[in-house]
Design a protein around this ligand. Structure first.
Ligand code: NAG
Ligand code: NAG
Length: 133
């Protein structure tokens, strides 16, 4: 009997999570002076602009909104910058299941790696998810 109640609670919680809207800010901060492009793909498949990072401390952001964001991955891709300023080879990709309302901060480091380093109000799964801010 008790286990049935617990199962119902879990089901209700899951339904609540699965049917809610998401609205979170993605902030990308570079900690390298090297040149890289970064592009974020939202859970609905829309690609962000290609952000051009040129120096340490540079910060760019975008807003991700939608329904059921946790059903798809949010993807961060980094690319080399060609000498002529066009997008070069892909260097790194980080995928995470993100949902909620708040903020996720990615850190771009030397070698073009990108990772989530902190977040607030946003659930994260299937990735190295950083600390909760
Ligand atoms: C998940 O991605 C697929 C394919 O890109 C898309 O058709 C679908 O609408 C997305 N689902 C959500 C909840 O954004
Ligand atoms: C897809 O996601 C982007 C970023 O969150 C959002 O700006 C855009 O409105 C969404 N498009 C649709 C069709 O929901």
């Amino acid at each position: 009997m008790i286990s049935l109640v617990i199962k119902l609670c879990i089901l209700t919680t899951l339904l609540f999570i699965i049917t809610k809207a998401c609205d979170f800010k993605v902030v990308i901060v570079s900690s390298t002076d090297k040149d890289y492009f970064v592009q974020i793909k939202a859970p609905n498949g829309t690609a962000s602009e290609l952000f051009h990072f040129k120096k340490g401390g540079q910060k760019e952001s975008l807003q991700v909104t939608g329904e059921n964001c946790g059903l798809n991955m949010t993807t961060a891709n980094t690319y080399k910058v060609n000498p002529d300023g066009t997008r070069g080879q892909r260097l790194h990709q980080t995928k995470a299941m993100l949902d909620g309302m708040g903020l996720v901060r990615y850190s771009l480091i030397a070698d073009g790696q990108i990772m989530i380093d902190s977040r607030a109000g946003v659930m994260c799964a299937f990735a190295i998810c950083g600390g909760r801010g």
